[in-house]
Design a protein around this ligand. Structure first.
Ligand SMILES: Nc1ncnc2c1ncn2[C@@H]1O[C@H](COP(=O)(O)OP(=O)(O)OP(=O)(O)O)[C@@H](O)[C@H]1O
Ligand SMILES: [Mg+2]
Length: 358
């Protein structure tokens, strides 16, 4: 093996061709050298930079643990210089976040501060997106837990109490009563019975126990029945492929997406028939909701409610590595297709580390 000779031409080539931006400044902060990558980053030519531009003209501060952007205790004045983040203002006025490290090097009769900079705009965008996803996931999970708790409280607490009242009223009603009292009692009995029914519906609407106890298909079936009773819209369900349980995150996401798509159809599609298809194709599960209603233009939404439904569908699917496809044509109808890739155990195949796989 021939050891590499670090010649000055090799160093010059490294300086010019390395992808990180490098610049050197003198004690006054004047730029005394810059490589091609810094030219590309800043938009200035080397001729414009060297001897003409001061570091402070292209630097708009550094980020510390306590401050977003500061010039206090500027890194250029410190003796020991750790890695840090700073912001570069380009010739066109753009502000770029960059990861920086620096070294002091002796020069002829002076000292230069050499800065090595890397644009982290893309890295920060990805990080922000990940953070946003994480928040969405926490909100969805917290909402689901809360719905579960309220649903159980309604069913087991208020529901049971109303049932006991009904039993009590029935016992009283069997006694010898004046006809006027009996008429009142009948009314109260009917009111209690209706309230009990409403509490039960509310409890199921919030979170059907069938989803946890029996799984996705039975939960969808009973939802379709209730949907028909509420809106008078009949739905045809087709189930293809394997019938199996999926982790709760998958079943919940698909169920909530179905609920939103069907509610949208009931509110806006002006149709009396819906077609639902659930297909387990081993390596993915697909849910399709089709209506032959009025349709809409997905590119130019005319929001009639709060406008969060379609966004929420996409978020839920994307947290599980899945996707939602919306095909809608005005006058023809709407087709919503959700697809979630599955691993061999039926769990979500691609999932963010912060999503609970269960
Ligand atoms: N099946 C459908 N048929 C016709 N128009 C639809 C259908 N689904 C959605 N839309 C249109 O798309 C818009 C956006 O739907 P989205 O579910 O995102 O919001 P929303 O229903 O208005 O409010 P939210 O769901 O937050 O209560 C609706 O306002 C409606 O105009
Ligand atoms: Mg909606």
């Amino acid at each position: 093996m021939i050891p590499l000779q670090i010649s000055s031409s090799f160093l010059e080539s490294l300086f010019q061709n390395v992808s990180d931006a490098i610049l050197a400044i003198n004690r006054d902060g004047m730029i005394i050298a810059a490589n091609r990558s810094f030219e590309a980053m800043s938009g200035y030519t080397v001729q414009e930079l060297v001897g003409n531009i001061n570091l402070c003209d292209v630097c708009i501060g550094m980020a510390t643990c306590s401050e977003e952007m500061t010039c206090v205790e500027c890194f250029a004045k410190r003796q020991k210089l750790p890695s840090f983040q700073m912001f570069v203002r380009t010739k066109s006025g753009e502000e770029l976040p960059v990861a920086a490290s620096s070294t002091r090097l002796p020069t002829e009769g002076d000292e230069a501060l050499v800065l090595i900079l890397r644009d982290i705009t893309e890295q920060q965008r990805v990080e922000r997106e990940r953070h946003q996803r994480q928040l969405t996931n926490y909100v969805i999970q917290a909402q689901e837990e809360e719905r579960k708790r309220i649903s159980r409280d309604l069913h087991d607490g208020i529901g049971q109490a109303l049932y006991s009242i009904m039993v009590g009223l029935r016992v009283v009603n069997q006694l010898q009563l004046e006809s006027q009292v009996k008429a009142h009692l009948d009314e109260v009995q009917q009111l209690t019975s209706r309230t009990l029914e409403e509490v039960k519906n509310l409890s199921v609407e919030l979170r059907p126990s069938a989803l946890d106890d029996l799984g996705l298909v039975p939960a969808i079936r009973s939802y379709l029945k209730r949907f028909d009773e509420t809106f008078g819209i009949q739905s045809e369900l087709t189930v293809n492929g394997k019938r199996r349980r999926y982790p709760s995150v998958v079943e919940t996401a698909l169920y909530r997406i179905l609920q939103e798509a069907m509610t949208n159809a009931a509110k806006y599609a002006d149709t009396d028939q819906l077609f639902i298809t659930l297909t387990d194709a081993d390596d993915n599960i697909e849910l399709r909701i089709v209506d032959k209603g009025v349709g809409f233009d997905p590119e130019h939404l005319r929001i009639k409610g709060t406008g969060l439904g379609l966004f929420g569908m996409r978020e839920r699917a994307s947290l599980l590595g899945g996707s939602v496809r919306i095909d809608s044509v005005e006058g023809v109808g709407t087709r919503i297709e959700v697809s979630i890739p599955l691993d061999e155990k039926g769990g979500p195949k691609y999932v963010h580390s912060f999503v609970d796989r269960r």
